[in-house]
Ligand binder design. Sequence first.
Ligand SMILES: Nc1ncnc2c1ncn2[C@@H]1O[C@H](COP(=O)(O)OP(=O)(O)OP(=O)(O)O)[C@@H](O)[C@H]1O
Ligand SMILES: [Mg+2]
Length: 326
Amino acid sequence: MADKLLEVKNVSKIFRIGGMLSRKKIVAVDNVSLSIDAGKPVILSIVGESGCGKSTLCKMILRLHDPDEGSITLLGHDYSDKKSYDPNQFKLDVLPIFQNPYETFSMRKTVDSYLYNTALRLGISKTKSEADKLIDETLHNVGMSLQVVKGKYMTQFSGGELQRISIARALITRPKLIIADEPVAAIDASMKMNIVNLFKDLKEQYQVSFIYITHDLSTAYYVSDYIATLYRGGLIEYGPAKELMDSPAHPYTELLMNAVPRVGDKWKDNMVMPDMEDKEYSITYCKFAPRCPYATDECRKSRPSMVDLGQERQVLCYHSLVQPQK
Ligand SMILES: Nc1ncnc2c1ncn2[C@@H]1O[C@H](COP(=O)(O)OP(=O)(O)OP(=O)(O)O)[C@@H](O)[C@H]1O
Ligand SMILES: [Mg+2]
């Protein structure tokens, strides 16, 4: 068996927008490498400001976009080798959960019909009564039940409840990886932690890994095993969540973490990042240098390479705030 569940290697995605005269190139994802081990499920959070490439990276992992460069493999199967991975199996193994649960379900169909459809159409349950049992069990695991859900339409549920049902739907296929892109952004503040905490329980119970994309660093702090920080399309820091958040190595992660509310703290409202400037995409030295308090001439001349800090930590910076450990 492959020792990596997911391996993203030097992956880039370039969008070209505008007409002939005003054509612009956007490097939405820039040479990103990261991986998730097989056999030990984890929650990997991807953090970074709006437009840094989080969703684009996830869409490539979900096979909704092809990378322009690099490779992605799941359990040793390379995405680019269409024959090596049965597309039907892929639909069972890697499941998305979207930001707005109201867009996941249609107004015209009962919510439970989606669950039956997944269970029966994908051949997970052979009969209706097998499906009843599986759906009820799965709904219980997200704090709902078939009795409560049956025959109802999406308008009869709160956003939090609907998101739980979409998580249950994803679990029915017994996936190996769930990709949740801002799953609580549209949910009531009081319910956010509740839903994200579910990921922690489900990770163990279903032995499923999560990629959790969020702007909300306070939730990432509590649930993640690992965190990856993206900046302008590039991975700039990676490591175990607690270590990375308590002592960030990259000045940009430090900036983000200084705005994380800890218990009893309030959000700082100066967290707003300046707008992304086009020229920042094309600079060939460190992309963070223009706003880095520690930048030196070296940072304005060439781009650093990823530095291995030991203890599963990596940083893309000439002036890491954490010293490498042997
Ligand atoms: N289909 C597309 N065509 C052109 N440009 C795109 C497309 N999708 C994304 N982009 C651009 O790529 C960059 C990265 O976008 P992406 O949606 O991945 O960011 P994000 O980190 O998910 O942002 P947010 O936090 O706002 O969801 C942005 O500049 C965006 O405008
Ligand atoms: Mg996004």
